[in-house]
Design a protein around this ligand. Structure first.
Ligand code: SAM
Length: 235
């Protein structure tokens, strides 16, 4: 299946539009079906073990509730993590912020275009950058630029994206059965067609011997990518 990137309705609608609000709620249902929370928590746990990163930066974080659920799984062993959530829309609610703080995780939400944010110099490098259902928004040229910029700002990059295959496409066509609205149903199909397979993300990561890169399918409908700077690997 050829990769095809189209604009998603959720990116066009104002944040407060009732269809957008509903679609963001639907995203949680989609994540449940994709198993995103467990996949990302496992990626983080196996990468860092019992030595948690001091900071996690989530690109295209949306309302932050996905990362919150990941944090809730990790918090029994990981404390005082500093979370930075970057999104061009301001979507993180006081309730979500309070839930992070109740885990002793410190939250910073930044409203910015991801390319502008990545281009800025930052006082400290993020220990890990994560992206969930986000990288598929970009065609190859922009995606290559994003990954290059990210590699300058972190020693570890983890992503969980839609897997581009016929099974995922069929599942996207069944979202009406779960009560998902027209925006979610439209965007789910587009997201699968813009998703990833094989080693497409590895091919866009900046070449060099100082990165350990891997990529694979995860769960029924997801595709994971991991890049870790070798000097940052603790054995
Ligand atoms: C499908 S949602 C995923 C949200 C969240 N990661 C999740 O999995 O629930 C994609 C998010 O990317 C954000 N986004 C899209 N393009 C962006 C850009 N260029 N810069 C920053 N955020 C962007 C949108 O505002 C939206 O919140």
């Amino acid at each position: 299946m050829r990769r095809d990137v189209e604009r998603e309705l959720l990116d066009e609608l104002p944040a407060a539009d009732p269809r957008a609000v509903r679609a963001r709620q639907d995203l949680q249902t989609v994540h449940t079906w994709m198993g995103t929370t467990r996949i990302m928590a496992r990626l983080l746990a196996t990468t860092f073990g019992d030595r948690p990163p001091a900071s996690i930066t989530e690109l295209g974080a949306g309302d932050g509730t996905l990362l919150l659920r990941v944090a809730q799984l990790l918090a029994p062993r990981w404390q005082r993590v500093h979370v930075v959530m970057v999104d061009r829309q301001r979507l993180v609610s006081p309730k979500t912020r309070a839930a992070f703080e109740s885990l002793s995780w410190r939250v910073e939400s930044v409203q910015a275009d991801v390319f502008d944010w990545l281009e800025r110099p930052h006082a400290t490098e993020s220990d890990v950058m994560t992206a969930n259902l986000f990288l598929h928004h970009f065609a190859e040229a922009d995606l290559g630029r994003l990954l290059r910029q990210a590699s300058d700002q972190t020693g570890c990059f983890l992503a969980c994206e839609p897997r581009r295959n016929h099974l995922s496409l069929r599942a996207a066509g069944l979202l009406w059965l779960l009560g998902c609205n027209d925006v979610t149903r439209h965007d789910a199909r587009i997201s699968v067609q813009a998703g990833f397979t094989d080693i497409e993300l590895s091919a866009l990561w900046p070449p060099g011997a100082n990165w350990r890169v891997s990529e694979r399918s995860a769960g029924r409908f997801s595709h994971c990518f991991m890049a870790r700077r070798i000097s940052a690997v603790r054995s």
